[in-house]
Design a protein around this ligand. Sequence first.
Ligand code: V47
Length: 359
Amino acid sequence: MDRLTAIREKMESSEPLDFEDAKYILQSNELLQIGEIARSLKIKKSGKKVYFVFNKHINYTNLCVSKCKFCAFYRNGDEPDAYTMEPEQIVQELSKMPEGIREVHIVGGLHPTKPFSYYIEMLKAIKTNFPNVNIKAFTAVEIDYFSKISGLGYKEVLIELKKAGLDSMPGGGAEVFSDRVRKKLYPNKIGQEKWLEIHAIAHTLGIPTNATLLFGHIESDEEIISHLFKLRELQEKYPGFLCFIPLSFHPENTPFEGRIEKVDAVRELKVLALSRLILDNFPHIKAYWVMLSPKVGQIGLHFGADDIDGTIGEERVTHAAGAKSPLGLAKESIINLIKNAGFVPVERDALYNEIEVFN
Ligand code: V47
């Protein structure tokens, strides 16, 4: 039996893939067969449905003390384009959105001087003005930083944020769970132990979260695979992950511009398919159109993804690093992308409750 047939049989009998299976997938050129196995698992989990959310991204500041080498978004504070949004400005920004917005996705830099109360006030202001909007905010990296600036433990920080209106957490800041890569690219940022610990605590407090992987820089295949297995293990012990999002590195405006080429679509699709197959205990896999482009994102739906994120409004992190995708997409465009790929668009809320099925 050839290796892919064996992998397919494992998938059909719900047997987990092992490290060597994963390596075979990443290094194989049998792209369509790999996609088909991942797609079969997607169909088993969510049928023909592909989810999207009417959402808006808010990046509240680009000041950041972490200064990660892969990031084109951060500023030190004295540049003309450095900015920080006050809670009232965020409320004003959200007021411009049409009716029906379900989720606000909030992440920002690690601000050098704002106190913990700034983040609490931000959540309260949004919740008071938009009680029906789910607040998906702050990565584990921010939670660790809030713990440092407030003197509170991770659990206490999360409890305070939840009381102020936090509903769920995005999956950013995971990068790749490798101490080797961390030392080189983001030495000032939390590593895998703390990232995983914070998500485990969030899950035990009833705060659902997402997870990401940043790939296409200096990581090895083995580091990608071990990242995925660590997430699978955490979900096994402390369930609460809703969705996994692989993020391909955009080198423009970073020290890697001209030295690292952005990964190609074949690699993006293989990582997407591999994620679906290894993370068989994750309900959803996202083909994040901002990173992939709407076109590759659409193809990603045939490689195991059952979610394409949302309208987004105005994304700044990837666009600072040269993303050529639009700043936002209209709901109709997202519906058409999904329909034209042969799937059924389902508008969801942040927790994957179905709002409307577009048959
Ligand atoms: O953590 C930073 C990545 C992430 C670059 O949870 C870069 O639903 C590519 O986590 N090239 C933030 N990537 C985005 C994120 C996210 C996005 C969409 C949905 C969700 C979700 C989460 O962006 C960072 C980092 O890994 N990033 N710089 C860059 N130059």
